[in-house]
Design a binder for this molecule. Structure first.
Ligand code: UDP
Ligand code: MG
Length: 316
C-alpha cells in the first residue's frame, strides 16, 4: 500500500532536517512505496534550499514550491492534490504533532476507518492565550456549524484515498480542511496525543491569521450569522408588542407629550420591519452561497449491486 506524507512549510528552514529524519524512520516499513511531499508556501527564508538539500539525500521527497504565500490550508491542498498514495498522512513541519502516531493511525485504518485524526489531549509550550482562544474557537464553531467538527483537532491526520478524493472534489476557495473532512463523512475516529512544543522557529499563525482562519471556518461552515437578522426581527417584534402595551397604557393613564406614542411605535415597528427584510435577504444570500460552493451532494461509502462492485460513486 502506497503512503503519501504531506507537509506544508512556511519559513521552516530549521525544522526541515529534523522533520525529514523523523519521517524517514516512521516510513521505514514502506520502503519505496512512500513519498514525502514538502510544500514550500512562499517562504522568505531558505526553506526551499532546505527542501532541495533534503531531496538530494532522500529521493522519496517531492518538493513543491508555491509562487507566493497562500496560507496553510492552500499549501496543504497543493500537497494533497499531488499525493499519489492510497493512504495520506498530513502533519505540520514543526514536529508539534508526533509522526510516530502514524503506526497507531494505520492500525485504526486497518480496522476500517477512513479518517483517523489526532486529538490534542494537552498542548505543551503554547501560551495560555493561544490555548484559550483555540478552546473557545472550537466550541463556538461547533455551536454555529451545521456539521459536527471534532473538537481540538488540527489537520494532523491519516486519510484514505476515497476521503481525500472527496475533499479534492470540493472546489471552494476558502478552505477549512478539517471541516471539509468532517463534512465528507465516512467512518472517522480520533486518537489522543500530547501536542509538543515547537522544536524550532516560531508560530506562523499570529493573531491576525488566526482571526482570518476563524472567520473562514465559521463562514465556510455556517450560514447562521446570515440568519441572525431574522431572529433579531422576531425579538424586535416581541418588544414592539410590549412597547405598544406600555405606550397605550401611558397614553391613557398619564398625560404624555403629544406625538410621543406614535413616534415610539413607528420607530420600533420600522426597525423590526427592516430587520425582517434583512433576514429574508440573508436567507437568499445563504442559499446563493451554499450553491456557489458547488460541493457534491453526497458520497457513497458502500454499495450493494450486481453491476458495479467496488465503485465509489458520487454525485456529479
Ligand atoms: N504554514 C504554511 N503557511 C502559512 C502558515 C503556516 O504553510 O501561511 C505551515 C507551517 O509551516 C507549519 C503549519 O503550517 O508547518 C502550521 O503552522 P504553525 O506551526 O506555525 O501553527 P501553530 O502550530 O502555531 O498553530
Ligand atoms: Mg505548529
Amino acid at each position: 500500500m502506497y503512503l503519501s506524507v504531506v507537509v506544508p512549510c512556511m519559513n521552516e528552514e530549521e525544522a526541515i532536517p529534523a522533520l525529514v529524519d523523523r519521517l524517514r524512520e516512521v516510513i521505514e516499513p514502506w520502503e519505496d512505496r512512500a513519498e514525502i511531499i514538502l510544500v514550500d508556501d512562499g517562504s522568505t527564508d531558505r526553506t526551499w534550499a532546505a527542501i532541495t538539500d533534503a531531496k538530494s539525500r532522500e529521493p522519496r521527497i517531492v518538493g513543491l514550491r508555491l509562487s507566493a504565500n497562500r496560507g496553510h490550508q492552500i499549501a496543504l491542498t497543493a500537497g494533497l492534490e499531488a499525493a499519489k498514495g492510497e493512504r495520506i498522512f498530513m502533519l505540520d513541519a514543526d514536529l508539534q504533532d508526533p509522526p510516530e502516531l502514524l503506526t497507531d493511525m494505520m492500525f485504526m485504518m486497518d480496522r476500517g476507518y477512513d479518517v483517523v485524526y489526532g486529538r490534542r489531549k494537552e498542548r505543551q509550550g503554547e501560551t495560555i492565550f493561544k490555548r484559550a482562544t483555540a478552546h473557545l474557537f472550537y466550541r463556538f464553531l461547533n455551536m454555529l456549524s451545521d456539521v459536527a467538527i471534532p473538537q481540538d483537532t488540527g489537520d494532523f491526520r491519516l486519510v484514505s484515498r476515497r476521503t481525500l478524493d472527496a475533499i479534492l472534489d470540493m472546489p471552494e476557495q476558502s478552505r477549512f480542511i478539517r471541516g471539509m473532512f468532517a463534512w465528507a463523512g465516512f467512518r472517522q475516529v480520533g486518537l489522543e496525543y500530547v501536542r509538543a512544543p515547537r522544536t524550532v522557529g516560531e508560530t506562523k499563525y499570529p493573531l491576525r491569521k488566526m482571526m482570518r482562519f476563524a472567520v473562514d471556518a465559521i463562514t465556510g461552515f455556517s450560514t447562521k450569522p446570515l440568519k441572525l437578522a431574522t431572529r433579531m426581527a422576531f425579538v424586535s417584534l416581541f418588544l414592539t408588542i410590549i412597547m405598544a402595551v406600555y405606550v397605550f397604557g401611558s397614553l391613557i393613564l398619564f398625560q404624555t407629550v403629544a406625538g410621543w406614542a406614535s413616534l415610539l411605535l413607528a420607530v420600533s415597528f420600522f426597525s423590526g420591519a427592516q430587520l425582517l427584510t434583512l433576514g429574508i435577504l440573508g436567507e437568499y444570500v445563504g442559499r446563493i452561497y451554499t450553491e456557489s460552493k458547488k460541493r457534491p451532494l453526497y458520497y457513497l461509502s458502500e454499495e450493494l449491486s450486481d453491476t458495479t462492485p467496488n465503485v465509489i460513486r458520487k454525485s456529479a
